[in-house]
Write a protein of this length. Structure first.
Length: 211
C-alpha cells in the first residue's frame, strides 16, 4: 500500500516582541542555524534603560531613608508605611528590568531561521508586526493520508519506507500516530517518525510505502 503525503515540522516557533518600538538590530539571517535562547533581534532600549536607571536611583534613595528611619523610635504604623514605600520601589525596579528585557527577542527552540517578516532595522513596529520563524529541523515527520477503507491496513509502530520526490534513497519510518478525527470526509492522517532528517524541508512531497 502506498500513501501520499508531505514532510511537516512538529515545532515551528513564530517569535514576536511583546512590546512595540524601533528595531535596533536583527541578529540572524534566513537559513541560519540557531540554538534555543539565541538572540534573534532587539528593539531600541534607550528610553527603557532610562526608566530602569531612574527606578534604581529611587530605590537607593528609599533604601537609605529606610535604613536611617530604622534607627529612630517609630510607631508600628510608621514602620509599615516605610516598608511599603520601600517595597514599591523594589517592584518598580523589577518592572523596569522586565520591560527592558522584553526588547530582546530570543529563540524558544533549536532550529533554522525560516523567515523574518514585518520590519527592518530602524523601523518602528507594533508587537504583532515583526515575526521571526524558527523551525526545529529535528521535529520533521511525514504525514500521509489514508482512506477509511484502508485504515485496517495501518497500525501504530508499523514500518514503512518514505520515498520523497527528487530523493534517490527512501527513508525508514515508523507509524507513531493515526488521527482520531478525519481531516476530511472518510480520510485520516497518518504520522510517521523518520530515522533521518538531513536535507529535509517542510512541504517536501512523497509517499509512504507499506509492506
Amino acid at each position: 500500500m502506498e500513501l501520499q503525503g508531505y514532510i511537516k515540522a512538529a515545532q515551528v516557533a513564530e517569535s514576536r516582541f511583546p512590546v512595540g518600538g524601533k528595531i535596533a538590530s536583527i541578529n540572524v539571517k534566513v537559513g541560519q542555524t540557531v540554538k534555543k535562547g539565541a538572540l534573534l533581534a532587539s528593539l531600541n532600549q534607550s528610553l527603557l534603560q532610562t526608566f530602569l536607571d531612574r527606578a534604581l536611583l529611587l530605590y537607593d534613595k528609599e533604601r537609605a531613608d529606610f535604613d536611617q528611619k530604622e534607627k529612630e523610635n517609630l510607631s508600628e504604623f510608621e514602620k509599615r508605611k516605610r516598608q511599603n514605600e520601600l517595597d514599591i520601589t523594589v517592584k518598580n525596579v523589577e518592572i523596569a528590568k522586565q520591560n527592558l528585557e522584553e526588547t530582546n527577542l530570543y529563540s524558544p527552540v533549536d532550529g533554522v531561521v525560516a523567515a523574518i517578516d514585518g520590519g527592518l532595522v530602524g523601523e518602528n513596529i507594533t508587537p504583532a508586526k515583526f515575526t521571526v520563524t524558527v523551525v526545529d529541523t529535528s521535529s520533521f515527520y511525514f504525514e500521509a493520508e489514508v482512506a477509511q477503507l484502508n485504515l485496517n491496513q495501518v497500525e501504530i509502530r508499523a514500518s514503512a519506507k518514505v520515498s520523497l520526490n527528487g530523493f534517490n534513497e527512501p527513508l525508514s519510518a515508523t507509524v507513531e500516530m493515526i488521527s482520531l478525527l478525519p481531516i476530511r470526509r472518510d480520510v485520516y492522517a497518518v504520522r510517521l517518525k523518520l530515522t533521518s532528517h538531513q536535507q529535509l524541508k517542510p512541504g517536501f512531497a512523497g509517499k509512504a510505502i507499506f509492506g
